[in-house]
Design a protein around this ligand. Structure first.
Ligand SMILES: Cc1cc2nc3c(=O)[nH]c(=O)nc-3n(C[C@H](O)[C@H](O)[C@H](O)COP(=O)(O)O)c2cc1C
Length: 183
């Protein structure tokens, strides 16, 4: 244990803060989950809790917050896209975690069932909503991959480089990630 060490117990109110600090330094992928509202409008949210689970059958997972409005819409739709962001897509990552019209000025292509896919994504998975498992203030969503679009052979954006100002070397984006997500 060094002078920078901290210790928090499982019931400590510091535990959430401790977890945020730990995950500030753990690179995770950055993707945008996109889908459609019942009225056919686009919805999307930035996620980093995205990972591969199974190849046969092809399953991935991600964890939306229980209160996520974008996920509520995607669940109703039943189909959604996971747009994997590249190193140059820091602005998109922050936009899809912020307020305002997230799709304004963003180039998209309609895919399966009209699900909007981000033109800048380096790869896209079209998924069916599968099993959901409650997990505290989030939900573990298992999704079955229906189609894969590999758009660009490029390196993915990760949360650590996003924090450091990805795509803009030596310059911090000056935007703190939202509470709960490595802020
Ligand atoms: C890099 C990054 C990763 C994020 N990962 C997740 C995530 O995995 N799950 C989640 O619920 N929110 C995540 N968020 C926060 C959501 O993008 C944010 O809360 C969003 O505003 C939710 O919008 P909604 O209520 O419209 O669904 C992340 C934000 C950023 C910037």
């Amino acid at each position: 244990m060094t002078a920078r060490s901290r210790r928090t117990g499982p019931d400590s109110s510091d535990t959430a803060t401790g977890l945020r600090h730990v995950f500030r330094n753990v690179p995770q992928p950055v993707a945008v989950v996109s889908s459609l509202t019942p009225s056919g409008g686009p919805v999307g949210m930035t996620v980093s809790s995205f990972t591969s689970v199974s190849l046969q059958p092809p399953l991935v997972l991600f964890c939306p917050a229980v209160r996520s409005q974008a996920w509520a819409a995607a669940r109703r739709c039943g189909v959604f896209a996971i747009n994997v962001l590249g190193r140059q897509d820091a602005e998109l990552a922050l936009r899809f975690a912020g307020s305002g019209d997230r799709f304004e000025g963003v180039r998209t292509h309609p895919t399966y069932h009209g699900i909007p896919v981000l033109a800048e994504a380096i790869s896209v998975l079209i998924c069916d909503v599968g099993d959901e498992h409650p997990a505290g203030d989030h939900t573990v969503v298992l999704a079955r991959v229906r189609a894969i679009h590999e758009q660009y052979d490029d390196a993915g954006l990760d949360t650590v480089s996003l924090r450091a100002g990805a795509g803009r070397p030596h310059r911090d984006l000056g935007v703190r990630l939202r509470a709960g997500w490595h802020s």
